[in-house]
Ligand binder design. Sequence first.
Ligand SMILES: CC(C)(COP(=O)(O)OP(=O)(O)OC[C@H]1O[C@@H](n2cnc3c(N)ncnc32)[C@H](O)[C@@H]1OP(=O)(O)O)[C@@H](O)C(=O)NCCC(=O)NCCS
Length: 228
Amino acid sequence: MSPFPHLQKTYDILTLKQNSMKIVIANESHFRYAQIISDTITESAKVRGTGIAKRTPEYIQKRLQNGNAIIALDGEKFAGFCYIEVWDHNKFVANSGLIVHPDYRNQGLAKKIKERIFQLSREKFPDAKIFGITTGLAVMKMNYELGYKPVTFSELTTDPEFWKGCQTCKNFDVLTRTEQKMCLCTGMLYDAAAKKKEVHKKEVDSKVFKRLKNIKEQLFLKKKKKNE
Ligand SMILES: CC(C)(COP(=O)(O)OP(=O)(O)OC[C@H]1O[C@@H](n2cnc3c(N)ncnc32)[C@H](O)[C@@H]1OP(=O)(O)O)[C@@H](O)C(=O)NCCC(=O)NCCS
């Protein structure tokens, strides 16, 4: 606990840095963490009561072994986890299952894991749209900071396997009732191609604006000279 309550967040982040926290790409050597990851997800789902799909240890093991997951370890202790799933033949990528162990929450760890998994997704699947569905404000905030935009489910993958993952969520009946059009989760999407277009449009707009400004200035100067 920080001796200065108003500096608690800075204190936590500094502590996180001092700790031997490693945020790495997971592999088979991390299989022993599958159980605790699964249990932490189940416990958090119980506490929050909504919007978190359960994951069995077997399911987690599969995610640990294909180079598409990030694990955070404080020395040997499990601290956090997130994984990438690929849908629609690499057209879509989801960053799913974000979990931070209660002992390590509110220290900026989820943000670091999110940044790392986002970076990994962009490196491995540069042409894919990255998306997530969430009821959590924390995740929405982090996604927004990374450049995601909220979208309707119609903009997300239609791959039935992705939506099957929602079966263990307690709100699954809502999703079924709306024929997968909406649920309590918000869909968020990072569309790299749309981002490129946006940047290009901004550049074009600024060039057009500069040219217009020059023309106006010249016209104004000519008028001024005539009147002198
Ligand atoms: C959600 C969760 C991953 C956040 O982990 P964390 O390490 O405590 O998050 P961070 O400290 O990195 O905080 C990241 C941002 O989220 C905000 N945040 C964290 N917990 C929050 C909460 N419960 N409600 C609202 N905002 C929250 C932080 O203030 C921070 O925002 P800021 O940068 O604007 O200050 C963690 O609480 C968790 O594992 N919860 C259970 C599982 C879960 O909900 N997963 C998401 C499934 S969609």
